[in-house]
Design a protein around this ligand. Sequence first.
Ligand code: RB5
Length: 143
Amino acid sequence: MIIGICSDHAGLDYKTRLISYLLSKGHQVVNFGTDAPESCDYADYAHPLARAVEAGEVDCGIALCGTGNGMAITLNHHPGIRAGLAWNSAVGDLVKRHNNANVLVLPARFVSYQMAVGTVRAWLQAPFAGGRHQRRIDKITQL
Ligand code: RB5
């Protein structure tokens, strides 16, 4: 798969390690930054990742910030994005299986790296269950 990834400063360390993990599993990775440890604003990285997912330039995305909420809130402003916050492998599995999240968001300051990589693995491996979950997803955009 071609996977886009981004973080702010709070997620930079895990992002760097996840890029190595994803490459080792044979994925292509497009890095949307940040690549500097200085304090920065999550939206500056979330919007480019969201546009790339919406445009089909990457198959899906992973975003990290301190709590995950800044990234998730920003990403979900994009109509083509379903960004799901997950913090362990069970939630990572369900956020694909039930919500068909096309961006996985991780709270880097509140999970160990092992928890983060387990969450990514579960999300990537899980299928979308469809059925009643597709009906529920369809209602998200029926404002
Ligand atoms: C950065 O200090 C922090 O606010 C950010 O990473 C994130 O948690 C925001 O939602």
